[in-house]
Ligand binder design. Structure first.
Ligand code: TXA
Ligand code: MG
Length: 329
């Protein structure tokens, strides 16, 4: 049985207690719901991988209530401090060299000499992390390869019975995962994952940074990055310019295509922040309708490549990628 905990003092204390005992609690951050476990206990981290069916070569992000707590586990450069002052609490994950006294288990770090750390935004998640008093490893609270959860209900759909509790902190404000920035490479920082903090905002602080030019370049830098991810059951067709009645439509902007069997408009006004916040919910909604009505595909209208639009495009590209075990089209 997975307990639903309310985000009040009693619920937060119960959640922290479960985490300290080595149990698993999903909780909302500003990005998506994370599946939390005590990063210092290998058994707890192992349970995270089991609950998600996640391949073990995939390192996890550790979450902290403050930059000070995060930086006790890593060697933080002046640039890391500046980024933390500017963007934390918030949707930015920093990859930094592991500090000699780091207490994070090798399993959470996948045995790497670097660690992913972040201070999420949100009153409840910060209280939970402070009450727990340990680094909390938390990947998105979905089964591996599936759509990330942006509401407590989505976590129950994915993991009911497989984890101890869900702390219901309401819907997630940003709606897609944190931006991952690697500060360990020689030379410029490397943007490993587009996310909640737009690249343009980071560039104002860091100056120009490097982008992996291809999936093949990114894979060794960001282990566990999978081309097929966020996958709904329906096949995904990107950049649709027309749509048929046996298809579901993920629309964007004031002129949605007409003729689809079902429509979810990411943002009628063409607002990219609103679109990001509604993306995963929309994919889930259309996927459920698709199963009920026997739709053949999920058509997606183009989304602009600026600001958080780059992160939206990244998630949609992965949703459309060939699935493991599926013949390459
Ligand atoms: O918004 C988020 O970041 C959410 C919430 C729950 O905080 N978490 C999340 O975790 O998206 P996850 O496990 O789904 O994604 C972690 C990403 C992966 O792409 C992984 O490869 C990368 O961070 N990562 C973790 N440790 C790393 C390391 N030492 N070096 C390079 N990449 C790393
Ligand atoms: Mg994930």
């Amino acid at each position: 049985m997975t307990k639903r905990l309310t985000a009040n003092q009693a619920g937060l204390e119960t959640a922290a207690h479960i985490l300290r005992q080595g149990g698993l609690v999903a909780f909302g951050t500003e990005t998506v719901y994370g599946l939390g476990g005590d990063a210092t206990q290998p058994e707890a981290v192992s349970r995270i991988f089991q609950a998600k069916n996640r391949p073990r070569f995939n390192p996890l992000i550790s979450h902290f209530p403050s930059a000070e707590a995060a930086f006790s586990q890593v060697i933080a450069s002046p640039l890391a401090h500046l980024l933390a002052e500017t963007f934390w609490p918030g949707p930015l994950t920093l990859i930094l060299p592991r500090a000699p006294g780091s207490t994070i288990s090798d399993l959470a770090a996948d045995g790497l000499s670097t660690l992913a750390v972040r201070v999420p935004r949100g009153e409840h998640v910060l209280s939970l992390l402070a009450l727990t008093g340990r680094p909390v490893a938390a990947p998105s609270a979905n089964r591996s390869g599936r759509i990330s959860p942006s509401a407590a209900e989505h976590v129950f759909d994915e993991l009911d019975g497989r984890i101890d509790a869900v702390l219901d902190t309401g819907p997630c404000a940003v709606g897609l995962e944190s931006t991952v920035l690697d500060l360990t490479a020689p030379g410029s920082p490397v943007l490993l994952r587009h996310g909640g903090i737009p690249a343009e905002a980071l560039e104002k602080i860091c100056g120009p940074f490097a982008f992996p030019q291809s999936e093949a370049d990114a894979a060794p830098l960001s282990p566990g990055r999978m081309l097929s991810h966020y996958a709904p059951a329906l096949p995904v067709r990107l950049n649709a310019t027309s749509v048929e009645k046996h298809e579901a439509l993920l629309a964007f902007g004031p002129a949605p295509l007409t003729g689809a069997g079902a429509v979810w408009n990411l943002s009628e006004t063409g607002n990219l922040e609103e679109a990001a916040a509604r993306l995963f919910q929309g994919l889930r909604y259309l996927d459920t309708l698709g199963a009920q009505h026997g739709f053949t595909a999920l058509a997606v209208q183009p989304v602009p490549a600026s600001g958080i639009g780059l992160a939206i495009q990244d998630r949609l590209r992965r949703a459309a990628a060939p699935r493991p075990g599926q013949p390459q089209a």
